[in-house]
Design a protein around this ligand. Sequence first.
Ligand code: SF4
Length: 443
Amino acid sequence: MNKVYIETLGCKVNQYESAAIMDTLVNMGFEIAEKDINADILILNSCTVTNRTDFKSRNIIRRFLKLKSESPEKIIIVSGCYLQREKEQAIALGDIDALVDNNSKSTIPSIVEQIISSKNTFNNKYQQAHDFVCFDELPSSSMGEKSRAFIKIQDGCNFYCSYCAIPYARGNPRSRDPESILQQVKEMMDNGYHEFVLAGINQGLYGMDFKVKHQYINSLADLIQAICDIPNNKKIRLSSVEPQLFTNELLRVLYNNDQVCPHFHIPLQSGSDNILKAMKRKYDTHLFQNLVNNLVQNKANTALGIDVIVGFPGETDELFEQTYQFLKALPITYLHVFIYSKRRNTVAANMPHQINGKIAKERSQKLIELSQKKLHEYINNLLNKKVELTCIVETCEDGYCYGMTDHFVRTKFFCKDQSIEKGSLISLNPIKAESDYILAEMK
Ligand code: SF4
């Protein structure tokens, strides 16, 4: 009874949490099973961001239940955002041994032990998302298979954008204690990690919920500065930050520290102010445009990845065209295009003028093509300027290494040195563009 398999859907926060749960279980003596069929303990960390991820979550639970029907001693544990929003639906699927709320994932390793010793279905205290108060600490000093370390710094969001189900699954904003974050970064550095990716549900809110102010660290800007100040710390990367939460203080820290990767991920969602208003987003296109120009002018060769939603209720051809033209004119690098997904209990689900799926798909395709064009332009610009690259190696195969650069562009280079391992930090000179990656050579 000691092989564990975790399946993870969704965002970097879920990925961090699963890696931390696995790290604890491995330290307790459990083994990692590469396939569900070989595992004694099956864990799902589910997601609810779209209808599709709900569907996937249900399918994984059904698959686990089928394995359990063939080998009844298997243990099934389900957690994550799908469970948090659709608990009754998950229960109806069958005999799950433990349902763990989104703010109690740190208890999963002890739940596993208790089920093994008692052989009973586990009846734990299950909290609703609106009752989450504290940050659930999930310590980890390893990221399993990943070559960069994710660090979860924050959970929850109370913005209630009209299309989004996440606040109902993650609860109110809760920030992690800064000392615990710094401690983890130092431990991860000792374990050989060179790049730290900060992750949170709405990480720009970091520190705003602190009841008692900390001595030095009370905002995302303070936290980034403190991480950059750790001696020998090489790279830090931000995941998504809401546009209006890029304060002047945060921008200063991003510009003044070379350890901060020149790559930012910003959710725009629409280039139409009417749609932004209907989405209950807290900024307009003017603010977004100023932010993009500010980042591009002050952080050399910055890559900007932008989230966009197409097919939001009321998005006419004309309003979509506004989004398209807005993005076309901006110096951005690539787009993450999402087709609007109607989420139960959200304000937008009941809005009139829901958009036909075929139209939304066509709009998505148009933006994907724009994104590819932008990415190629960006890559050519890096090549023309002969920008020196650094890369964290992800795989090595047939004499070549593959990885992601600071600028979040895929790269491939001939590996002169056989000692290069996954996770190594390598300096490179770019040679030429190949499809959507850069062929480079070691310096
Ligand atoms: S900021 Fe809006 S889109 Fe992002 S998690 Fe919060 S409610 Fe959802």
